[in-house]
Write a protein that binds this ligand. Structure first.
Ligand code: ADP
Ligand code: MG
Length: 251
């Protein structure tokens, strides 16, 4: 099975700092992968390489069977237009919600389809309302981000990602910037999406959530997959000392 996403020997360095040191991973359609690891282990860099916000130093990213970029002497070469197109197929949700402050929730959600996908305004806004309803914010369509709680803003960000009809969703610590009382509503929203069979990769320190959410858990250490398995195996019966210590610190 080739998978919806495949990483082969993925490496990324910043100067002499080798952050990803050979990641091999195949993700099947509908899989939900929780990515754990200490701060600095390369989790964000891994997600950013998957949607090419960072260009890998070596290795291949294959999306739906098609390798990204062309093989060239000394590595792969990437065309900007190809990367831009790829990014529209992979939704990303960040710790900071990054909403456009001068646009309403509805405008934020409709913007991508309008300006990138070329959907007409009426259609884009109608779909945006559906996506806002899906994250429980139908009644906040006309609100500006400053008038929304952090949890609501993050749900708008999720709706905005959904509006692009992406093949997979990447979440980078989506609840880390939230007050504790707002974490639950965002995790509930993400769980709701998981029931639709969406393909999702999620970086989180919420181990209890990872257990319920994930079909597979990956523990990253110094830019390599140190341990992976079912949530039951990795979170309840870790094989590696480092994984066990990490889980001990975050439980
Ligand atoms: P994590 O998300 O697991 O905390 P990151 O992927 O953010 O880890 O970072 C891993 C390492 O890569 C860190 O040492 C960080 O300083 C470095 N790094 C990440 N992004 C950049 C960048 N754009 N330029 C230089 N170094 C970076
Ligand atoms: Mg990070």
């Amino acid at each position: 099975m080739s998978g919806i996403l495949r990483l082969d020997g993925l490496r990324k360095s910043f100067g002499s700092n080798e952050v990803l040191r050979g990641i091999d991973l195949t993700v099947q359609q509908g899989e939900r992968i929780a990515i754990l690891g200490a701060s600095g282990s390369g989790k964000s860099t891994l997600l950013r390489c998957i949607n090419f916000m960072e260009v890998p130093s070596a290795g291949t990213v294959t999306v739906a069977g098609t390798p990204v970029g062309e093989e060239a002497r000394g590595g792969r070469c990437y065309r900007p237009a190809e990367l831009a197109r790829l990014r529209t197929r992979i939704g990303m949700i960040f710790q900071q919600f990054n909403l456009f402050p001068h646009m309403t929730a509805l405008q934020n959600v409709a913007e991508g389809p309008l300006s990138v996908l070329g959907v007409g305004r009426a259609e884009a806004e109608a779909r945006a309302r559906q996506h806002l309803a899906k994250v429980g914010l139908a009644e906040k369509a006309e609100a500006y981000p400053a008038r929304l709680s952090g949890g609501q803003q993050q749900r708008v960000a999720i709706a905005r990602a959904l509006a692009m009809e992406p093949e997979m969703l990447l979440f980078d610590e989506p609840t880390s910037a939230l007050d504790p009382e707002l974490v639950g509503e965002v995790l509930e929203t993400i769980l709701g999406l998981s029931r639709e069979g969406r393909t999702m990769l999620l970086v989180t320190h919420e181990l209890g959530f990872a257990f319920h959410f994930a079909t597979r858990v990956i523990f990253l250490h110094e830019g390599m997959i140190h341990e992976e398995g079912t949530p039951e195996q990795v979170l309840k019966h870790p094989r590696q000392d480092r994984t066990r210590a990490f889980i001990g610190r975050h439980s």
